[in-house]
Ligand binder design. Structure first.
Ligand code: SF4
Length: 229
């Protein structure tokens, strides 16, 4: 089924009422993975046959639906009602998770304290680890002095592998990422044993709202469309 064509849904211009991935009898362009990659879709569906994976996916979908109000009104106009932090708590409760982990960035210390309080108030046991855990100097991973944020000063590395391993040791059932840097978050996701969700994606300029640069890419952030910015 893989016809050697890369999947490129981001280029798809077919109206959503006619997309083959949304409408029965719909259509797709030549790069459509619904047309060309059903072998992979079938392979994925095998994973969902695993009881724990299936239950995780099922509860995630139920949670998704419950994030909207007035769902019985037709024609339906989307009415989202829950902030993500509430969504995380409700999903964790559905999964009967008791112990949650927070992996956070030093830049979001205050937010970590608040999140911790919310989770505790919602009845969870919480373990949290900040990125600078272990105070290992950046030089240990080959970072040069001129590559630090504060040149000429001691700077501990962001140790997201240690964050993941500590939460693994604590046997957290769901981890929550709070503002880890690009790349540090990737390492955390690779090394964490438990499932992880992201509450905050760090954006130092846009108040942790990275999508704003995409929204404004036709105006104030048009430089994003130019090679090399
Ligand atoms: S799966 Fe096919 S129809 Fe759906 S968005 Fe991707 S290319 Fe378009």
């Amino acid at each position: 089924m893989n016809k050697g064509i890369s999947a490129a849904c981001a280029y798809c211009k077919i109206d959503k009422t006619e997309k083959i991935c949304l409408a029965e009898g719909g259509k797709g362009p030549k790069f459509c993975p619904t047309l060309n990659r059903m072998d992979v879709v079938k392979e994925a569906m095998e994973e969902y046959k695993k009881e724990k994976v299936r239950e995780f996916a099922r509860q995630a979908s139920i949670q998704e639906g419950e994030c909207y109000a007035n769902r019985d009104v037709k024609p339906y106009v989307k009415f989202p009602v829950k902030p993500r932090v509430q969504e995380i708590c409700e999903f964790a409760r559905k999964m009967e998770f008791k112990k949650l982990g927070i992996a956070f960035c030093i830049g979001l210390m205050n937010e970590a304290t608040i999140l911790n309080k919310i989770l505790v108030n919602q009845g969870f046991e919480v373990v949290s680890v900040m990125c600078k855990v272990g105070r290992v100097p950046k030089e240990k991973i080959g970072v040069k002095d001129e590559e630090k944020i504060c040149i000429g000063e001691f700077e501990p590395m962001c140790n997201s592998i240690a964050q993941a391993k500590i939460l693994n040791q604590e046997k957290t059932e769901l981890n929550i990422l709070l503002g880890l840097c690009v790349g540090h978050d990737s390492l955390f996701l690779k090394y964490a044993d438990a499932y992880t969700t992201v509450l905050v994606a760090k954006d130092r300029v846009l108040g942790h709202n990275p999508v704003a640069a995409l929204y404004a890419s036709g105006s104030y952030y048009s430089r994003m469309m130019k090679p090399g910015f």
